[in-house]
Design a binder for this molecule. Structure first.
Ligand SMILES: Cc1cc2nc3c(=O)[nH]c(=O)nc-3n(C[C@H](O)[C@H](O)[C@H](O)COP(=O)(O)OP(=O)(O)OC[C@H]3O[C@@H](n4cnc5c(N)ncnc54)[C@H](O)[C@@H]3O)c2cc1C
Length: 462
């Protein structure tokens, strides 16, 4: 059913395929130069920057539009944890494996060990109850590094130096941008995207909200990588929803960082005996810092990414988690370098949206990476660059991520004169409740979507 919607439509096939680029370079003196395609990438988070990086590497002229500053949001405040096989058996498996491997080769090419703290690490899961005074058994103590000296229970190795690794996400994002600029030249414009210019069903450029408003930048294609702000653009919100899940983190600098070993910790943390567990994560970094994150909740995404503030109570809880995990992370033993919050970009079906918009040629989207954006940035960027310049992505099959998946199964042509239909049965698998009425409505075979007029349709799996 998807095949016709998903057939890639090349827009720059022959002139910019890698083989032609190299032959063009070797005979540059005797042939007129073909102009490079100008591609506009909007959003300076890890997804936008990885896309800009691979586009520039493949020969495009790239303009990156960022509203605030590079990696100012989740891409600067994330943990930076990478896993080879934790997404196996799901739609993200190939994207994650390709990305894990790209992270390794990028680190080799960009001196990532020195420049952005890339390193392989071991990963443990363990359980801990705050205030538990019982001492851990000697077998338990042997299984955890000595700095993890809190009331540990049930430690288990869940990742090895071959399967888990880390980067400092902000340094990684900035290093990629700096490298792309140095090697290929790349323009960064600090301004807010207002809208995409669409003429005859094709993207022709973008309009920025510069001081006076209305500045237009023209380009052959536009890539939208706006993270949780994607929903602010009617062009995207008319097709699918992206919501923000707020999560908190702190960065601690222990007095003696030399005791902290490269072990990531995934906790089942009980704030009190018999309470519900929380699932904070602890990532020591090669710089000696220790990053602790958790405490997530649905919250309104503010307009300004720099205005995302942490809640005092959530930060307090994370400090207690750190102090329970290790005496080296207690107040007085560690300096608090950062207390922060940021938003995971989430889609309704928990799968990223990557591909050309079904209704606008030359306009691409890459968002909804939820808790795996740092991991999946490289293969997303490489695949989008291939899709834009070659017409299809070879590094990973983008079909499962297509934005076209949000407009299939049932199409209502409006205006609809139906009000408050209760769970009308449409097929063997779905029931639909029409909450409002009007316009054209596209129904996604998941739980919820929006029509082009923002009318809410709820689709229930029977
Ligand atoms: C606490 C926490 C820990 C995490 N840990 C990990 C981890 O360990 N490993 C992992 O793989 N992932 C992790 N993630 C997930 C990861 O951070 C995200 O998936 C990823 O950063 C999303 O990147 P993005 O580029 O899509 O969005 P963002 O980083 O949000 O970037 C979007 C950018 O778009 C810009 N923008 C918005 N609107 C406009 C506009 N109109 N015009 C121009 N620019 C605009 C914003 O200013 C922002 O810079 C974590 C996330 C959180 C919250």
């Amino acid at each position: 059913m998807l095949s016709t919607l998903l057939t890639p439509k090349p827009i720059f096939h022959s002139p910019f395929s890698p083989s032609i680029i190299s032959s063009r370079q070797s005979s540059m003196e005797d042939q007129p130069q073909t102009p490079k395609p100008r591609i506009i990438v909007c959003g300076g988070g890890v997804i936008g920057v990885c896309t800009a990086f691979f586009l520039a590497k493949k020969g495009a002229t790239v303009t990156l539009i960022e509203k605030s500053s590079i990696a100012c949001a989740a891409s600067g405040k994330a943990g930076g944890f990478l896993a080879l096989d934790w997404c196996d058996d799901g739609p993200l498996s190939k994207l994650a494996r390709a990305s894990f491997s790209l992270h390794r080769s990028l680190a080799a090419d960009l001196n990532g060990v020195e420049s952005y703290g890339y390193r392989a690490m071991n990963t443990l899961s363990l359980s801990m109850t705050e205030g538990d005074s019982g001492s851990a058994s000697s077998t338990t103590l042997q299984a955890v590094p000595s700095w993890v000296n809190g009331p540990v229970k049930s430690p288990k190795t869940i990742g090895t130096m071959e399967t888990t690794a880390q980067v400092h996400p902000q340094l990684f994002t900035k290093a990629l941008l700096a490298w792309a600029d140095k090697k290929h030249g790349l323009e960064v414009v600090i301004s807010e995207l207002d809208s995409v210019v669409v003429e005859g069903g094709r993207a022709k450029g973008v309009v920025l909200k510069d001081q006076g408003g209305g500045r237009v930048i023209e380009g052959e294609a536009v890539v939208l990588a706006l993270g949780p702000w994607s929903a602010r653009l009617p062009l995207l919100s008319s097709l699918f929803r992206v919501s923000g899940l707020k999560a908190h983190s702190i960065v601690l600098v222990p007095k003696d960082p030399s005791v902290i070993t490269p072990h990531a910790l995934f906790l089942s943390y009980y704030p009190a005996q018999g309470s519900k567990p929380m699932d904070p994560e602890v990532y020591p970094r090669p710089s000696g810092e220790v990053y602790v994150c958790g405490m997530s909740a649905d919250a309104e995404v503010p307009d300004d990414p720099e205005q995302v503030m942490g809640d005092l109570n959530s930060i307090r809880v994370l400090k207690r988690v750190a102090a329970t995990v290790s005496s080296h992370l207690k107040e007085g033993e560690a300096h608090v370098k950062a207390e922060q919050a940021c938003f995971l970009p989430c889609t309704d079906d928990n799968i990223p949206v990557i591909g050309e918009l079904p209704n606008v040629k030359g306009c691409y989207v890459a968002t909804g990476h939820s808790c795996w954006g740092i991991l999946n940035g490289p293969a997303t960027g490489a695949a989008v660059a291939e899709l834009v310049l070659d017409g299809n992505a070879s590094i990973v099959d983008l079909a499962p991520f297509s934005p076209a998946r949000f407009r299939q199964i049932v199409k209502y042509e409006g205006p609809l004169m139906i009000r408050n239909v209760k769970y009308e049965r449409r097929s063997n698998r779905y029931a639909i409740k029409i909450v409002e009425m009007g316009g054209s409505v596209y129904v996604h075979p998941s739980f919820r979507c929006y029509s082009t007029l923002h009318l809410e349709i709820i689709v229930k799996n029977l």
